[in-house]
Design a protein around this ligand. Structure first.
Ligand SMILES: *Cc1c(COP(=O)(O)O)cnc(C)c1O
Length: 307
């Protein structure tokens, strides 16, 4: 077994009190995926679980995957490999550089190969994996970010993770989910888990032309989901990883008021987009939403030194 089946990470579900939520009479709970483990963090762990099961079934000794020099996905993969003792190989975008993330990948024992930029762009081409599979015949290849249907299936347990803690908040039900989307894989998993019961609202951390809606539809079609309820909102603020002073001030204020750490690429943008939707009257007073803290805090270290 690559991952022991009794390792079931827990994520606290806490009430979040902020003045703009109170002003709109909206109740918000936050599912802290940033707290599932000291090292393995966020939605990226859930997106990996089905891939790890597939690796087990294929008799593979580990996983080979790809990402950038701040990748939350590679970080979660390398941390899991270290924890559970399986081999990990990371194919990196660009040229060798030492970011805090890359330091961790190496410390966790991940084997790294730098593909340059053109080499990385070729990742969707037919035959891309062939030389890597020849070099690492014992490893299973996982797409960038742990996406696709298996990635979404790994996020199915998020619903139960939150639901069994609703009572503790004094909630008998909730009216929907709010979360950041990069590829939309995590959102697709929640939409599958809900099967139309509660809507899932996705705050897009990437611009419109990234095809998130199409990607979500593709996963739902593959999964044969007929009952789905979700909505996407632009939260990218002009581009992936683009930050501005309004966003940074919002993050700082929110951290001070709540004690919850956020990062500017996903969770900060998603929460700011929620505030703006509330100000625009999107949700009726009394609405109860669950916001997913998707993690990503490790990537923030490199971000502050980069800007
Ligand atoms: C990757 C990531 C997301 C986006 O997840 P998708 O499944 O690609 O939509 C959101 N938040 C954080 C912190 C992430 O690292």
């Amino acid at each position: 077994m690559i991952v022991p089946s009794d390792w079931l990470p827990q994520a606290p579900l806490d009430r979040l009190h902020l003045d703009w939520l109170t002003a709109a009479s909206i109740e918000l709970a936050i599912l802290r995926l940033d707290q599932i483990d000291p090292l393995i963090s966020g939605n990226k762990w859930f997106k990996l679980t089905e891939h790890l099961k597939a690796a087990d079934q294929a008799g593979a000794k580990g996983i080979i995957s790809l990402g950038g020099a701040h990748s939350n996905h590679l970080h979660a993969l390398a941390a899991a490999g270290k924890r559970f003792g399986f081999t990990t190989v990371g194919l990196l975008r660009g040229h060798p550089q030492q970011t805090p993330t890359v330091n961790d990948l190496q410390a966790f024992g991940m084997h790294l190969h730098w593909l340059g930029f053109a080499g990385y762009r070729a990742r969707h081409e037919a035959g891309f994996w062939e030389p890597w599979q020849a070099q690492y015949p014992d490893l299973l290849a996982v797409p960038e970010g742990g996406g696709g249907l298996p990635g979404a299936q790994g996020c199915l347990p998020l619903k139960a993770l939150a639901c069994r803690q609703l009572n503790d908040l004094g909630w008998n039900d909730y009216d929907g989910w709010w979360l950041a989307c990069g590829t939309g894989t995590t959102l697709a998993g929640l939409v599958m888990a809900e099967a139309g019961e509660h809507p899932v609202y996705g705050a897009l951390a990437v611009p419109d032309d990234h095809g998130v809606a199409q990607q979500v539809e593709r996963i739902l079609a593959q999964a044969g989901v007929s009952d789905s309820s979700y909505e996407l909102f632009d939260a990218s603020r002009g581009g992936f990883a683009k930050v501005d002073s309004l966003l940074l001030e919002f993050i700082e204020q929110t951290e001070q008021a709540s004690g919850i750490p956020l990062e500017p690429l996903y969770t900060g943008k998603a929460l700011l987009a929620l505030k703006q939707q509330l100000e625009a009257g999107k949700f009726a007073p009394g609405t109860r939403l669950i916001f997913i803290h998707t993690g990503g805090l490790q990537g923030r270290r490199g971000f502050s030194s980069k800007t």
